[in-house]
Design a protein around this ligand. Sequence first.
Ligand code: DX5
Ligand code: ZN
Length: 224
Amino acid sequence: MIEILPSLLAADFARLGEQIDQVTAGGARMLHFDVMDGRFVPNISFGLPVLESLRKKTRLQFDAHLMITDADSYAPRFVEAGADLVSVHVEACPHIDRTIRAIQAEGARAGAVLNPATPLSTLEHVLPLVDYVLLMSVNPGYGGQKLIPYVLDKVRALREQRARLGLEFAIEIDGGVTVDNVGMVAEAGADWVVAGTSVLGAADPAQALAAMRQAAENALARRA
Ligand code: DX5
Ligand code: ZN
């Protein structure tokens, strides 16, 4: 089953708790946290204390997407703060093998992230290690951008590679996914789909989330 992960980046930060209740009502099981440091990406969002506070408020799985220059040293601290999953960019991690193992040693699932223009081949040696791969479908830093279509080819290629290698990591896609293109994204083979603006930017986040899941499932059912 396809999973839609609401991204908190699109939430009203003055009422985060209430916004989490809304997506929970819409059937969310995982929440995506976009952590930005103003260096790796040209924007600053939130960090450890926000995760820690929200951890006390909900049992949803926390997926921390670290868009920070020093992800190698901060990644394990996000597990301590309450993340169930932590992903780090290959572009920001000179020691990604060690960092993936460090996240897992803390008891969380570890993901490797690729910017749109970073080739899949950079993951070759860590694919057997990771629990998931996050393919960015926009240049990271902001919500509300348009999905870059060639990333769907990367999703398809990664799915083939996973089958060929007999591996089981999940494939996550992030950026520019809407109710109108989520069917295409699902057909390309993403298991987890991050949605910011389309869910928490909508007037009724619970309804928007349900509609996106339905559109994805309809596309998969048509293909079957
Ligand atoms: C972009 C972030 C995304 C963002 C997605 O840097 O990684 O998770 O919140 O937002 P939308 O869905 O609005 O493109
Ligand atoms: Zn993200």
